[in-house]
Design a protein around this ligand. Structure first.
Ligand SMILES: *Cc1c(COP(=O)(O)O)cnc(C)c1O
Length: 358
């Protein structure tokens, strides 16, 4: 279940923390697994004025849903046809002269100016134009009539580690790149901050902030903020049974009951986003308390040990949620499986898992 009230709460909180900047809520990867269109609408209602997507196709899906707010698309393979993006008024990120030429060609084909955000690589060494090619890129962009440069932007590598020296080094390079753009005659806005920088580095908010994970209520930094997780993963008990002491459970028979007990079968497994690596070390929230999943996580099902408690077939099972009642959280799954909660929630977009909005 996706709680859009929590998305609205989080976006309003984030926008309030960056009062001098506009807020772009990042809805790439289908809204981090929450549903891009639904999250985009909720975010715009709560004060966001921009949306961020990775691919142009993701941006066009927002337009197809009738969303007319500014959208920035920032990463596609070489040779992508940008014409549908220009035609739909999608802002396009440009990291190289080759991309600039492609976007200008699309603008000519469509007969409409393309609005671009020039991306500079300030140290992440991923997307973005390297410093030594930057002056030529801004010069060429300034001389290309088919494009209008709206922004200069970059992305931080270590914003989630408080006081990491790389952040200041990146901010310095960002400042240099901005001044080179001004020297080329451009008058761009600037944006640099992801969720972590929005939360901890007000000096880096510039004109626009780009929160992703925090809008979904997951906090990427150790400092506490009133962020409310929007995603809960729920199922219900499909079958209960008593087994006698000595019986074992699930493939490999890796867990054996030490006493007579009641088992509850829950019809979700690794095909539904429950990591198989959580076998023998996960709990669910069922009938008012946490209870252990016993035996291996299967493709379609897990088994919960309920002891002597009466648990009804059909009872709700919370796999993870906000954690406020004591239920497991996406963060807990991430820590147990050696990843980050971003990957847990993004991995929940599964055809078999119904998305229900509140
Ligand atoms: C994903 C992404 C963001 C959002 O990052 P969070 O850590 O989720 O806030 C911002 N900017 C860019 C370029 C991104 O790719």
């Amino acid at each position: 279940m996706i709680d859009l009230d929590n998305v609205r709460h989080n976006v309003a909180l984030l926008a309030g923390l960056a009062p001098r900047a506009e807020t772009m809520v990042v809805v790439k990867a289908d809204g981090y697994g929450h549903g891009a269109v639904e999250v985009a609408r909720a975010a715009l209602e709560a004060g966001a004025t921009w949306l961020g997507s990775c691919s142009l196709a993701e941006a066009l899906a927002l337009r197809a849903a009738g969303i007319s707010a500014p959208v920035l698309a920032w990463l596609d393979p070489a040779g992508t046809d940008y014409a549908p993006g220009v035609a739909a008024g999608v802002d396009l990120s440009v990291s190289s002269q080759r991309q600039l030429v492609e976007v200008a060609g699309a603008a000519r084909a469509v007969g409409r100016e393309a609005r671009v955000h020039l991306k500079v690589d300030t140290g992440l060494s991923r997307n973005g134009c390297p410093s030594d090619e930057w002056p030529a890129l801004v010069g060429k962009a300034a001389a290309t009539p088919e494009v209008r440069v709206h922004a200069v932007w970059s992305h931080l590598a270590c914003a989630d580690e408080a006081g990491h020296p790389a952040t200041d080094a990146q901010a310095e390079r960002f400042d240099d790149a901005y001044r080179e753009a001004l020297a080329a005659g451009l008058e761009p806005i600037r944006h640099l901050a992801n969720s972590a920088a929005l939360l901890t580095r007000p000096d880096l908010h510039f004109d626009l902030v780009r929160p992703g994970i925090a809008a979904y209520g997951l906090n990427p930094v150790p400092e506490a903020f009133d962020l409310r997780p929007a995603m809960a993963f729920r199922s219900s008990v499909a079958l209960t049974k008593r087994i006698p002491a000595g019986e074992s459970v699930s493939y490999g028979l890796g867990w054996t009951a030490e006493r007579d007990t009641t088992l509850a079968l829950v019809p979700v497994g690794y095909a539904d986003g429950v990591p198989r690596s959580l076998s023998h070390r996960m709990d669910v929230w069922l009938a008012g308390r946490r209870r252990p999943v016993v035996g291996r996580v299967c493709m379609d099902q897990v088994v919960v040990d309920c002891g002597d408690d009466a648990v009804a077939e059909g009872a709700e099972v919370v796999l993870f949620g906000a954690g406020t009642a004591g239920e497991p959280t996406a963060r807990e799954w991430a820590e147990a499986t050696g990843t980050i909660d971003y990957e847990i929630v993004t991995g929940m977009y599964r055809p078999r898992v119904a998305r229900v909005y509140r």
